[in-house]
Design a protein around this ligand. Sequence first.
Ligand code: C5P
Length: 310
Amino acid sequence: MVKPNSVRVRVPAKVNLSLGVGPLRDDGFHELATVYQALSLYDEVEVTDRADGRGLHLTVAGRESATVPDGQGNLAWQAAAMAAHVFHRPPDLTITIDKGIPVAGGMAGGSADAAAVLRACGHLWDPQGHPEFELMELAAQLGSDVPFALLGGTAVGTGRGEVVTSAMGSGEFHWVLALSEGQLPTPAVYRRIDEIRADREVPAPTIDPSVLLAVRTGDAVALGAALRNDLQPAACALMPVLEMLLDLGPEHGALGSIVSGSGPTCAFLVADEDAALELAVALSASGLCRAVRRATGPVAGASIVEELSV
Ligand code: C5P
């Protein structure tokens, strides 16, 4: 049989169930204590090793793809270059990214694509199946959220977010995501939180144990009450409409409402599919967001869904 030279990888979005932001470190990052959950909004990334000496090609398709860089500015490109270096292979790859994850929304879509490329290269270039911890190390160099996109599920993140450990969980949680107009660059949101907290000592970040307990027992009511994001005041200060959006959650049955990561997507935890539909309709009708999606979590991290010989 001909060895497949192309793989398709499916990779999920993430939401932070808890995002504790500590002091600014000397390296320009903030110490984090976070709980990630992977949600069923996916990018599909196809990676083909052409082995023709003609270098890297990257194209982006799908929802909102026009705003995504298709060259070196794309983290997936950097992931491919790094993997080629580490695997001692020429980067003769064609990468096609089909976006299903909201672009620039605080749901780690760019990090997800980088993780997908690492997963693909590990599979294509290492017949033994590449050790996961080595892919994790590469992922950590690419960005704070990239290791979690490989791991998936629900996980605790420490360091700058890149040190991830799976959390025990049961059941399925239902989410509604409100995609806001405009963008909130992540560094700007972190800078704003530093300004907001400039007059006080910032303690080391922590995770409220009730978040992990709710995840473990599959208790959506308890999880809704425990959702927390230290970046939320900064995101809302930069984009006041987020406050109005978040307020719609409890009015329409949400168990918890939170800005996703650095925003501007708002994530609402609901009891079940019916509640999700009801809230999605209300959010759409509000005119306060540009689109609404429904999703469940946790789901698996970057996974190979198809192998091809092309
Ligand atoms: O790691 P990543 O490339 O996703 O980070 C993007 C930016 O977000 C960083 O350059 C930094 O400004 C900010 N950031 C931070 N602390 C973290 C993660 C990200 O300040 N733990």
